[in-house]
Write a protein that binds this ligand. Structure first.
Ligand code: UDX
Length: 455
């Protein structure tokens, strides 16, 4: 009887946050669970929604969010999260109620909802799940070190450290080695009150019964152990999820430009610097010019993602002589098939904003990084890349062409770059072990499947 009951509860409802860096790991998780026999329902906002055609096996259910024409920028993120949580609760309740009614009517239906899995920023999903007596699980789309830092911020503040404003201090943060005060996420992304509210939400598991992580034990053992002492729910570390998933995730707005792969085919091994600042970070005209001149002056081949909106000014443009100076040495695309690019033998380095997905994707392919972090977890990730793992070069806060050109040559041409490549390849090998049979992520997935079936 118990077995039959468990067999029936084979549908999981996933609730992603509608930004590319959050959607990717949740769709990867959906693919992973689908390959283990679960049916998948993606409940998504109407704003910035994934393309259902990318995963025809999944059920997609839109909920109203009351959002139109939102400007996605760092300063707007906290407000976006709070607006979605306020606006989506009722429509999510209606949607779940309908699903449960259908389930009751159709007794033969053999994939009843086992649980709700929600992005840590979509906490309204937990409220509704709890009201409807459905179990919920949090998916953490960023890393463990970032959560550890977030959770310590209020205590540091109470101890008199001015850690919620932008800091330039190189002093190490007590209890958060190797982070310095200048690496911490700060309230510069919006009002202090909103930031404090975000910290409270991010650190609270509420009634959720577990946390699923897109990280691995081999990268974050210490942070995970410290967090596990603090949280009373099981952790399932399934990262890197894009490597655990058998299918691709989904682009939100822009299509991959696969021409860059053809261009990469013509380049020598490890000769190209890949440049992408993710889906949110922006450059003002001066920074865009410094980046362009840095790439031109490096004398190395480059593949640069200039997505629409990367230049923050409406008239953002590249320097006039740029094309003439760089010619075939450069390839510019609006959006790259990033995972394929990083896996290409021609790519020798990644100049990145150090979002957690980009960080994991680069390490998984053994590509050393040049770090130009902007907000939330990115400065912390950059610190780990450069200081803890020794596989990244950090650029200064103020972008300068000479620093960029020098860092590119250090990674691609100099001995220092070869040593970094050796270290990141060693990490790539460890990750391969984590995800194959018997490895920590593989075992964690088996435990998660059992856990969901037992809820
Ligand atoms: C955001 C935050 O910036 C980041 O700090 C947080 O960790 C996650 O959410 P984002 O800026 O989008 O993420 O960066 P990142 O986490 O690196 O995710 C970007 C995703 O888009 C990656 O999976 C990357 O492969 C993909 N991408 C990016 C492409 O497929 N093509 C591109 O051209 C650029």
């Amino acid at each position: 009887m118990e077995k039959l009951q468990a067999k029936k509860c084979r549908r999981v409802v996933l609730v992603p946050f509608p930004l590319q860096g959050h959607l990717n790991p949740m769709l990867d998780l959906a693919n992973i669970l689908h390959s283990r026999g679960f049916s998948i329902t993606i409940v998504h906002t109407k704003f910035n929604f994934p393309n259902p055609a990318d995963h025809p096996d999944f059920q997609y259910v839109p909920i109203s969010d009351g959002i139109s024409n939102w400007d996605i920028s760092a300063s707007n993120l906290v407000r976006l999260a709070s607006t979605i949580n306020t606006n989506c609760k009722d429509s999510f309740r209606k949607c779940l109620t309908q699903m449960m009614q259908q389930q009751q009517q159709d007794e033969k239906q053999n994939d009843q909802v086992a649980c709700i899995i929600y992005d840590f920023l979509m906490h309204f999903a937990e409220t509704v799940a709890n009201q409807m007596s459905l179990p919920s699980i949090i998916q953490r789309t960023s890393n463990a070190a970032a959560l550890l830092a977030f959770c310590k911020l209020p205590r540091l503040r109470a101890e008199g450290y001015d850690c919620l404003q932008d800091s330039t201090s190189d002093e190490l943060v007590p209890g958060l080695h190797p982070l310095r005060f200048k690496d911490l996420p700060t309230a510069s992304m919006g009002s202090l009150d909103n930031f404090l509210q975000l910290i409270a939400v991010v650190c609270n598991t509420r009634t959720s019964s577990a946390i699923i992580w897109n990280t691995t034990d081999c990268l974050e053992h210490s942070s995970l152990t410290q967090l596990q002492e603090h949280y009373n729910v099981p952790f399932f570390t399934l990262g890197p999820m894009h490597k655990m998933a058998l299918a691709k995730s989904s682009n939100l707005v822009i299509k991959d430009d696969n021409n860059c792969i053809e261009w990469l085919e013509k380049q020598a091994p490890h000769s190209v610097i890949y440049v992408s600042l993710g889906s949110i970070a922006t450059l003002d005209q001066k920074e865009l010019t410094e980046m362009a001149c840095g790439l031109a002056n490096s004398d190395q081949p480059f593949l640069w993602v200039i997505r629409p909106g990367l230049g923050s000014g409406s008239d953002a443009h590249l320097p006039e002589a740029f094309q003439e100076l760089t010619g075939d040495r450069g390839c510019i695309v609006k959006w790259a098939p990033q995972k394929d690019v990083l896996a290409h033998p021609a790519v020798g380095g990644f100049l990145s904003h150090c979002g957690w997905n980009s960080t994991l994707e680069s390490i998984s392919e053994g590509v050393p990084m040049i770090c130009k972090p902007y907000f939330v977890d990115q400065k912390m990730n950059a610190r780990y890349l450069s200081h803890e793992w020794g596989i990244g070069i950090e650029l200064d806060e103020v972008m300068q062409r000479t620093d960029i050109a020098k860092a590119i040559r250090r990674i691609l041409v100099e001995e220092e770059g070869s040593r970094m490549r050796q270290r990141v390849i060693a990490l790539k090998e460890q990750i391969k072990h984590c995800i194959k049979e018997g490895g920590s992520s593989y075992n964690s997935l088996n435990k998660l499947v059992q856990f969901i079936s037992s809820l």
